[in-house]
Design a protein around this ligand. Structure first.
Ligand SMILES: [Zn+2]
Ligand SMILES: [Zn+2]
Length: 386
């Protein structure tokens, strides 16, 4: 990429007569003839404003022979005897004719401020800092919430011990009577094979069977997807693309009131949307047919049930008469209610899994409980009575 260079001339201020903005080409004040010196900031040049985006000086570059020659003469040096500034390539002080000595100081402003595209005043438009800020804000809110939830969980899971008392023991027992009955069902012929039924003896050993397969006719069993040509499917996507160039400039002070500016064009990238298309197979739904038949089989049908429940006593089963083709199915449910004080009166319901366990609980018995701050209670292991 081609580079373009320009020489920019600076200004200085005379500290003897306070004349301001004297061009660097003048080594003595045009007003009072005071030679430019190192002291009093006389050799700290002002190069004017630069463009924020490109770093390019807003000043015109110098083109005249004399100024260019001064710019390329090297860093200024200051006379040991009269302090006047002199061209870097001149061996004799233009003011008092003294020779430059090895102790003569040279102006070293490049070291003071090596500058590169200064654009501190306006933030670059690429990453809006407001958006970044608010994203960070939400991150903090999220972290805060997590902390609150976390400490609640820790607080809530903390437990303390209380002693409860069994207020009542409850049981519910149900007996279901089911009978083996002949029913008509429908099924796919390919899934059916004839098999004789067998009746239960004392509620077991039965076979449901598949008998009397009849009334077969075709019926839709489902659908399948069939390829049906192709279709063009497009989605809108974005990609980064070069869209022209932007100028970027760097500047370097030359130690004599001039500055060298180097500008080059750098590729600029923009977000561009485009259509991403491809051909895809299109599908259509097609019905699938099979042959459906009616057949006979046997199933266990619930015909009757009896429920009994009581409290603070031993459980017993309800009685239900059982026919030849019947079976009985039993269900049992137990509850032990434990009252305790934790601020106010509360109750924990424990459900024993078996009759044996249920029978270990007695009304009035004390029970050590572990209660969490959330209010859930647990019976402590190593329970006294069991
Ligand atoms: Zn002056
Ligand atoms: Zn001198």
């Amino acid at each position: 990429m081609a580079e373009r260079t320009r020489i920019i001339e600076g200004n200085w201020n005379c500290t003897s007569c306070d004349t301001r903005n004297i061009l660097a080409r003048h080594r003595s004040c045009p007003n009072c003839n005071n030679p430019r010196e190192e002291t009093g900031q006389e050799s700290e040049f002002d190069f004017g404003e630069v463009d924020d985006a490109t770093g390019k000086s807003l000043r015109e570059g110098v083109t005249d022979e004399k100024a260019l020659s001064a710019a390329h003469a090297g860093a200024d040096w200051f006379c040991d005897y009269c302090s006047a500034s002199n061209r870097g390539d001149s061996p004799i002080c233009r003011h008092c004719r003294a020779e430059r000595s090895s102790t003569s100081r040279a102006l070293s402003e490049e070291h003071e401020e090596p500058i590169e595209a200064p654009r501190a005043r306006r933030p670059p438009p690429v990453a809006p800092p407001a958006a970044r800020g608010s994203r960070r804000k939400w991150l903090y809110v999220g972290l805060g919430l997590l902390t609150v939830i976390g400490s609640c969980m820790i607080w809530g899971s903390r437990t303390h011990g209380v002693t409860g008392q069994v207020t009542t023991t409850e049981w519910t027992r149900t007996v279901h009577r089911e009978t083996f009955q002949r029913v008509s069902r429908e099924g796919w012929r390919s899934d059916l094979s004839s098999r004789a039924s067998r009746m239960p003896v004392n509620g077991s050993g039965e076979v449901a069977g598949v008998e009397n397969i009849r009334s077969c006719f075709p019926r839709q069993r489902g659908t399948r997807q069939v390829a049906d040509g192709t279709e063009r499917v497009c989605t809108t996507k974005t990609r980064r693309e070069q869209c022209g160039t932007t100028e970027k400039c760097t500047r370097q002070k030359m130690g004599n009131g001039y500055m060298k500016e180097t500008c080059r064009d750098e590729p600029k990238y923009c977000s561009k949307s485009y259509q991403d298309c491809d051909m895809r197979t299109r599908y259509r739904s097609e019905p699938v047919f099979d042959v459906s038949c009616t057949y006979d089989t046997y199933v266990w049908q619930p015909v009757d049930k009896k429920v009994e429940s009581d409290r603070d006593c031993a459980p017993r089963w309800p009685t239900l008469a059982q026919g030849a083709l019947d079976r009985l199915r039993r269900e049992e449910k137990y509850a032990v209610r434990i009252g305790y004080e934790d601020g106010d009166s509360k109750e924990h319901v424990h459900e024993p899994k078996s009759e044996a366990e249920f029978l270990t609980w007695k009304k009035g018995q004390s029970v050590p409980l572990e209660v969490s701050n959330f209010g859930s209670a647990n019976i402590l292991a190593g329970d006294a009575v069991r």
